[in-house]
Design a protein around this ligand. Structure first.
Ligand code: ZN
Length: 432
């Protein structure tokens, strides 16, 4: 992808996130359904509906939640909180309510952030039936005494859990899983940025030749990936690598959280791409918290799925607040995350092991058109040192990624050298 393409895709991803921002998503319901329909305009997305009550391992697909309207009226009749202004105002999965209550009772139902008094927090209560509102702390403090009227016009009923799946087949049925969560309402970095990068990745991959097949999953966190894994156990063994993409658009440095295995090919590929990229970055060990990498990395599933993000959840002040809005995510940061993911996937596509067919000392490269007459001069896209590294390390046990890691040279250079040596019949490709 050239530079102007990357820049354009950054703006496209940002526009998609901004377009999806107003929708009231949750783990089920019309907000996530509309989100999936919008993604289906850009990529070949199959939208699945899994009925409430479906047993998925130790979990059950919950009732579907939808919210029409919600507000709090002050004693003077003024709406002091209105869902129409911001969907973070309502605790996700709130049961319906319509009653008159005192300020003291109301306050027991209100969530705010005293340390960030201008921001609305994000709260949910999926599995405990309750209701509540979220609001800016400085507005909460200004509420006068008296009788309030509250209304949450929501429904919780048998329906379904909605997720989207997009398969982009390659020459083999070895799969790469890309997973993005879809269950947050108006929050930009924490869900929409990951979704936007996922969509852009799918579009990029669809336009390239592919050895691997790619499966994109856009599903609510936790219950969505658990549902997919429970219902697709026959597919799991095809997945050879995977990435959860989240918090993908903030201005922080790129973070890669390793898979449970810790040294899987995806872990080595991401580490290599980040190290040779030269920019500041963060590599963190696996831990069983965070996003859906914890489901993919549960012991019975045990897929090598890492997590690509910028600032990790909970580490930025905008996290789970109304400040995580489209202004917080940047086109150039989305584009940078996309580039890193594409570079790592390129390593997965082309990584291979080779055997040197002239292993008795160095072959005389000039005889194969790989050196200029004077010897030692660079030819084409590969350089002499890359040729020597590939020849030296290709005893059948080292893959190209290992050679790139050991030499400190970018994978692309090592790959170009291997391709030239294979063409010169100095290398034979080993099939894994
Ligand atoms: Zn979150």
């Amino acid at each position: 992808m050239n530079l102007s393409n990357i820049e354009a895709s950054g703006h496209e991803m940002h526009a998609l996130a901004a377009e999806l921002y107003p929708l009231c998503r949750s783990i089920t319901g019309d907000g996530v359904r509309s989100t999936m329909r919008r993604l289906a305009q850009d990529i070949p997305l199959e939208i699945h509906e899994i009925p409430s009550g479906t047993q998925v391992f130790d979990w059950t697909v919950p009732e579907e939640w939808n919210l029409k309207d919600a507000w709090i009226k002050a004693p003077d009749g003024r709406r002091v909180v209105d869902f129409a202004n911001h969907n973070l105002h309502v605790v996700g999965y709130s049961i319906p309510v319509r009653e008159k209550i005192s300020l003291v009772e109301l306050k027991s139902r209100l969530f705010s952030l005293p340390g960030q008094p201008d921001l609305i927090p994000y709260r949910t209560s999926y599995y405990k039936k309750t209701w509540g509102f979220c609001m800016a702390h400085h507005e909460l403090e200004r509420l006068p005494d008296g009788e309030y009227e509250v209304c949450i016009d929501s429904t919780l009923s048998n329906g379904s859990l909605t997720y989207g799946e997009c398969v982009i087949p390659g020459a083999t049925n070895e799969e790469v899983l890309i997973s993005c969560h879809t269950c947050h309402p108006s929050l930009a970095n924490d869900n929409l940025a990951g979704i936007a990068v996922g969509v852009a990745l799918a579009r990029q991959l669809a336009s390239r030749p592919r050895r691997l097949s790619y499966r994109f999953l856009f599903a609510p966190a936790t219950i969505g990936s658990i549902t997919w894994l429970a219902l697709n156990q026959a597919v799991i063994s095809r997945i050879k690598h995977g990435l959860v993409i989240t918090c993908a658009g903030d201005p922080g440095i790129v973070t890669y959280k390793k898979s449970r295995e810790g040294n899987a090919i995806i872990d080595r590929a991401m580490r290599h791409v980040l190290k040779t990229g030269g920019a500041e970055h963060r590599l963190t060990a696996f831990h069983p918290y965070g996003y859906d990498e914890r489901q993919y990395g549960s012991p019975g599933i045990n897929l090598p799925v890492g997590c690509l993000m910028r600032s990790p959840h909970g580490t930025f002040p905008e996290y789970h607040t109304s400040a995580d809005n489209p202004d917080f995510i940047k086109p150039e940061c989305l584009a940078d995350t996309l580039t890193k993911a594409l570079e790592a996937l390129e390593v997965l596509e082309h990584n291979a092991r080779f055997v040197n067919l002239k292993p008795m000392c160095e072959p005389r490269l000039g005889n194969y058109g790989l050196y200029g007459d004077g010897g030692g001069q660079r030819t084409g896209e590969f350089d002499e040192l890359a040729l020597l590294w590939v020849l030296n390390q290709s005893d059948g046990s080292n893959d190209l990624l290992a050679i790139a890691e050991r030499s400190g040279m970018p994978f692309r250079k090592i790959l170009a050298a291997a391709v030239a040596l294979e063409r010169a019949e100095l290398l034979r490709r080993e099939h894994a």
